[in-house]
Design a binder for this molecule. Structure first.
Ligand code: 2RA
Length: 337
């Protein structure tokens, strides 16, 4: 029979998207618990024709819960994820808390479903949702990797406000309005003007000069592809876009892969659409992929800086809240049914 589920962090941007995706995909559930911080407890809202009251998240929230979708920050996941798992709940965690834990599968259902083959409903576990920029990148690159084996990947990301939460999206709108009205922009989230500007991703910068967002791409790719040799480097930039990330990706293959074959592979790739019309200069844009499930790929072309067909450049856009977080997590939950 249908599992009982809980949504942790239900009032946040990803939490709300969990509900949209569950409904869009007719995910079967016997009951659903809406969990959030004390601050949000008591809020009422309707989901699928039923009025729910947000309950305060506590250590006792998970008894009888089969699947819990978490998106309430790493601290909450670290504290309550293991407690939920001990209760027999399968936790699908959108935070970075457990992604690199060797006992926790890091899963993109179209890419490495086998990583979670030992996890069954009724036996508690934690499954980690990869970082949004990793999901969007690997949705496009993995089908090519499976054919020609990527040796090196160079990624430049253009990341939307949504990656920093609903408040950042609101502030982007507010700043844009303020700047257009000649006022001083309100800078609470990023402590700098974001409207009509872009800046190196706000994640902490590490001793090697990379920021945490860039190292997530490096490390998560190696874990998901189960390949510690793959060479990855990344530069992550925050851009004034609402909810979809864009990524410029350069690939070096072990075996030759021409651009037409690459296009053919991507045309048949699950969860991917091609927007690649050179004549009309029409390629993926964040706006076009926003609120959609598919990752869009374009600018597919041989890398002229590499010999023969050993190099390829592509440009990818994907919705950060949907496939980058909520949809991927619900697809993971679907694999448990
Ligand atoms: C960002 N990837 O875009 C992060 C959010 N998880 O900031």
């Amino acid at each position: 029979d249908a599992p009982s589920i809980a949504v942790v962090g239900v009032t946040g941007a990803v939490g709300q998207e969990f509900l949209s995706v569950l409904s869009d995909r007719n995910f079967p559930y016997s009951s659903i618990k809406m969990l959030a911080s004390k601050r949000s407890a008591g809020k009422k809202f309707t989901f699928e024709g039923v009025e729910y009251v947000v309950e305060e998240l506590t250590e006792d929230s998970f008894s009888g819960v089969d699947i819990a979708l978490f998106s309430a920050g790493g601290g909450i996941s670290k504290k309550l994820g293991p407690i939920a798992a001990k209760c027999g709940t399968v936790v699908v965690d959108n935070s970075s808390a457990f992604r690199m834990d060797e006992n926790v599968p890091l899963v993109i259902p179209e890419v490495n479903p086998e990583a979670m083959r030992d996890i069954k409903l009724g036996k508690g576990a934690i499954i980690a949702n990869p970082n949004c920029s990793t999901i969007i990148c690997l949705m496009a690159v993995t089908p090519l990797h499976k054919r020609a084996k990527v040796l090196r990947m160079v990624v430049s990301t253009y990341q939307a406000a949504s990656g920093a939460g609903a408040a950042a999206m609101d502030e982007l709108v507010q700043q844009t309005r303020e700047v257009l009205e000649g006022k001083q922009p309100t800078c609470n989230i990023f402590k700098r003007q974001y409207a009509f500007n872009l800046f190196s991703h706000n994640a902490p910068v590490l001793s090697n000069g990379y920021n945490e967002e860039e190292m997530k791409l490096v490390k998560e790719t190696r874990k998901i592809w189960n390949d510690t040799d793959i060479k990855v480097t990344a530069t992550c930039i925050r851009v004034p876009v609402m909810r979809a990330h864009a990524e410029s990706i350069n690939l070096q293959f072990e075996n030759p892969l021409d651009e037409d074959t690459a296009r053919e592979i991507l045309k048949n790739a699950p969860g991917v659409v091609i927007i690649d019309d050179r004549a009309s200069n029409n390629f993926p844009t964040p706006l076009e992929v926003s609120n959609k499930d598919a990752v869009a790929v374009g600018r597919i072309r041989r890398d002229v800086s590499q010999e023969g067909n050993y190099g390829l450049d592509i440009f990818v856009c994907g919705d950060q809240i949907r496939k980058g977080a909520a949809l991927n997590a619900v697809q993971i939950a679907e694999l448990l049914l």
